[in-house]
Design a protein around this ligand. Sequence first.
Ligand code: IYR
Length: 228
Amino acid sequence: MNTPYTFHPLAFDRLSEAEQLEQSRHFLDTMRKRRTVRDYSTEPVPFELIANAIATAGTAPSGANQQPWTFVVVSNPDIKHQIRMAAEEEEKISYESRMSAEWLAALAPLGTDWHKPHLEDAPYLIVVFRQAYGIGTDPATGEETKIKHYYTEESVGIAVGLLLASLHQAGLATLTHTPNPMGFLSSILQRPPNERAYVVIPVGYPAADAQVPVITKKPLDEIMVRFE
Ligand code: IYR
């Protein structure tokens, strides 16, 4: 049994209804402007924006507060190059033989292919790892033990959502890139065996000629079901 936490009174900022509406509408307007960007400028980005976004992601709720995530920040050009080469090698095989005809058809309107120049152009790559289990030490024997983690997929997904929102409101562009399989990221970035690559997020400013597809988001009445 783990020792129970001590509890203290909640620090809660109660807003006026006007403030609530103002902030809620402002956040919605901001997030509506977020676009997934595939073409990046090489212009550098202040590191604190990356650090603050990761700290924000780290505020996410997680199963049993186990915080089963590691955010690896890569700006080193050699490592970005290695990641690009390995990702393109896997993606080429995926696009040419692993992905089903149905999958390729679903992606066709986006015009994506195996070329991933953004993995080198973007000044930062944030590679998110999910800790499938934790590593502890047996107090009696000093041996390494595996600590069961709960809801890791959900927890990391929520954290990545906060990360993307933070980077967007800091005026940066992002892409959620999921090369498949992602094992090469564990070796290049020397991650321990309990960590599984979850997503690669190039971060930077859009290239001057960046294009995005004209897509829409489902309206509220299609995504919300209400019982009053
Ligand atoms: N991982 C590939 C393919 C891909 C899959 C989906 I589903 C997308 O929405 C976009 C791309 C790639 O990054 O190209």
